[in-house]
Design a binder for this molecule. Sequence first.
Ligand code: HEC
Length: 162
Amino acid sequence: MKAMVLFFLVSVTFNFAFEFPKEWKTWKSTDTTLTKIGALPDCDADVDALPEIYQETVFTYCEVKEGGPGKVGVLVSKDHTEAYSKRSGTYKDGAAFILHLKDLKVLFTTGYKDNTPVYKVFTEEGKDITAKSGPLSANTCITCHTGYRNFCKNGQCGAIAK
Ligand code: HEC
């Protein structure tokens, strides 16, 4: 029983780790490797020249929409711009970064709680559509964002494009 109550508390805390950032449209639009490419292509695209993590990103998401997910943007909250540009690995609590899938009108959102990354998927209006499994699940985000330790820094995979 105790364990169940604890589990419940932990999952509730996890769920509310950060809220939908209502002001996301005012966040800083940021040029990264991916935004320079401009879009996530469909599954037939030749992505051999890209780093492995980008190839895997394409493979993971190319099927979510016919023709590929399409145009992307990266937005960074004002509280996190310095940390993002430095890839500092230390991030304030709250919603921090958005990968905006513009054609899908979906916001892949990374936030932090006690410097641990938490991943959610929102519609542009703020509906939480994070799935239990599959490409839109938090586990899929974690597999890649945490799995590529040499590439991503404490949940931050992108970098300001030079
Ligand atoms: C297979 C790998 C992969 C998966 C799965 C993945 N991402 Fe990412 N993600 C990346 C890469 C690579 C970048 C950097 C793109 C760039 O150059 O801007 C990125 C960038 C981001 C960014 C912009 C901030 C940053 O880290 O630079 C956010 C926010 C984000 N992802 C959230 C998510 C969420 C939420 C999920 C799950 C629904 C997810 N990602 C799934 C690889 C992945």
